[in-house]
Design a protein around this ligand. Structure first.
Ligand code: AMP
Length: 544
């Protein structure tokens, strides 16, 4: 007969993280770029005190456990305090992506029934546009002091954060409740239809945050200084604001300055050792280093994901800049990291650098707590043979079961269907081949747009590449390649196509190349292929 364990049953709550950090690593530094420019610095202990003051202030505004508070904000220390104050009080921290269309912001704020909105001054124009359409919002709080809080036309009263928390007590007893209680809410980007809400529990976030700390993931400890470039407004900045405090590490928050020169300067000044961001951010950073012949003094590890990390960029980081790349996969519905690639001791010792880069370009193994499989159109599980490709399914401790206010569960036999096409190798390494909607179907065969993009970015004159499938009268679809050249490079269409012809199957070589100054990039750093399709979707209708 099974016996019941005789251990304490203490809930996994986010308030436990800030309490732990303040008690054990109270001197750990937090450095934050203010929205109006200067750097602000304080300790984790001071952060915890201000989080408690905010918790009292929010209660003073009449917000109660279960209330939802929206944020439209950069990665900065006040946003961090709100992360803990709101969720720690039993309220829901609804992070909103400022790059969503205003109509979508209005939709999600109303859908979430947010009672307060906290925002950075740079988003005042957004607030002006949406405030009148959000009837449930009773409080608008600017994350600034009085001097840096703008008046906003159409909003009668704007509170400023510093005046709001100044009179509040530093004493606040974090309530205890079921760890399955909602802590945070994040909506998908909603490229088709309305955005859908992923409502994260305390338990899911804590487990994910602990996982991120382990050496096989990001390896966080008090010896590290961590710069999350991934936004706190999307998927909790991959849970790094929690993981960093669990680890007792230094936290560096970049505010609104996400360009290559600003990030480099911050990394050097604050001796950042670990960073995390989407590949487009790293393109900008590496371009800056390349252009000015710079190198990193302290940076040694970077996590990336959100879209496929190009092989050429991995090689640059590894070989030229001596930075280890941890390439992970996840989505709004997976709280943060679900898979992560790491090199084993044997691969480190015996493999060539090229072999290692190729492995890291894949999306890695599921971390403990998560299971993955790929299935065919009938839902049958495909073999882990590295070639059978199908839809990636995921289940685990921090995977969405049902959308916020959603009717039907999206699960299929208890698994979440991701909409990504993947293969899994016998050793468990997963590779995303495409989004279901991006994969190119040509003459009955499939071409992976990710593989083609990866190959194109390998050309020394190419900064960024995107491939879409375009309707074709004979082949169903054919690939069309978009290229952004590196500054000062004059690479031609013929050069690109012959470069690709040496690297991919003949029938994969795109039918045409379009050179652009920039690719359309959406709110979470992903190339907006929908925009490209809209504009170029008919170009092969009458092939020559
Ligand atoms: P979002 O929910 O907006 O973060 O988007 C999640 C989607 O981003 C996934 O379903 C994938 O299509 C894509 N994605 C995330 N990480 C990766 C990665 N490492 N490589 C390729 N695609 C990725």
């Amino acid at each position: 007969m099974l016996k019941t364990g005789l251990m304490m049953d203490m809930p996994l709550l986010l308030s436990g993280i800030i309490e732990h950090a303040a008690a054990q690593y109270g001197d750990a530094e937090i450095v934050s770029r203010e929205t109006h420019g200067p750097l602000f610095r304080y300790t984790t202990r001071e952060c915890a005190v201000r989080a408690k003051k905010l918790a009292n202030a929010l209660a003073g505004l009449g917000l109660t456990p279960g209330s939802a508070v929206a944020s439209i904000a950069w990665n900065n220390h006040r946003h961090l305090e709100a992360y803990y104050a709101v969720s720690g009080s039993g309220m829901v921290m609804h992070t909103c992506n400022p790059r969503l269309h205003p109509q979508q912001l209005i939709y999600i704020i109303n859908h979430a029934e947010d009672e307060a909105v906290i925002f950075d001054a740079s988003f005042a124009p957004i607030i002006k546009g949406i405030a009148a359409h959000c009837p449930k919002v009773r409080h608008w709080v600017c994350l600034a002091d009085a001097a840096n809080t703008p008046a906003i036309e159409g909003v009668a009263k704007i509170l400023n954060y510093e005046d709001l928390i100044a009179p509040a007590s530093e004493v606040f007893d974090w309530p205890s409740f079921d760890e399955r209680t909602a802590a945070a809410l994040c909506y998908t980007s909603g490229t088709t239809g309305n955005p859908k809400g992923a409502l994260y529990s305390h338990r899911a976030i804590v487990l994910n945050a602990i996982t991120i700390c382990i050496p096989g993931a990001l390896g966080l400890s008090p010896q590290e200084a961590i710069l999350p470039v991934v936004p706190m407004f999307h998927i909790n900045a991959w849970c790094l604001p929690y993981a960093t405090l669990i680890a007792g590490a230094k936290l560096v928050l970049p505010g609104p300055k996400l360009d290559g020169p600003s990030l480099y300067e911050l990394m050097e000044a604050e001796k950042v050792t670990v960073s995390a961001g989407v590949p487009t951010i790293w393109q900008g950073l590496i371009a800056h280093l390349d252009q000015h012949g710079l190198k990193f003094s302290t940076m040694r590890r970077t996590a990336t994901g959100g879209s496929a990390m190009p092989l050429a960029l991995i090689a640059k980081f590894n070989d030229q800049y001596k930075v280890d790349v941890r390439h992970g996969w996840g989505m709004t519905e997976t709280t943060a990291v679900a898979t992560m690639g790491v090199i084993t001791a044997q691969q480190q010792a015996e493999w060539t650098p090229e072999q290692r880069h190729a492995l890291i370009a894949k999306q890695g193994k599921s971390v403990f707590g998560i299971e993955i499989k790929v299935v065919d159109d009938t839902g049958a599980t495909l073999p882990r043979d590295g070639t059978s490709q199908g839809e990636l399914m995921v289940r685990g401790q921090w995977i969405l079961e049902r959308y916020f206010k959603g009717d039907a569960s999206p699960l299929v036999d208890g698994w979440f269907p991701t909409g990504d096409i993947a293969v899994i190798a016998p050793d468990g390494v997963m590779q995303i081949r495409d989004r279901t909607k991006d994969v190119i179907k040509t003459g009955g065969e499939w071409i992976s747009s990710i593989d083609l993009e990866n190959a194109a970015v390998g050309h020394p004159g190419v900064q960024m590449a995107a491939v879409i499938g375009v309707k074709h009268p004979k082949w169903d679809e054919r690939p069309l390649l978009f290229i952004v050249r590196k500054p000062g490079q004059e690479v031609s269409k013929d050069e690109i196509l012959s470069f690709l012809a040496e690297r991919v199957a003949k029938w994969w070589v795109p039918d045409d190349v379009v050179f652009l100054d920039a690719l359309p990039v959406g709110g979470t750093g992903k190339v907006q292929k929908g925009d490209l399709r809209k504009q170029y979707g008919g170009v092969f209708e009458t092939p020559n």
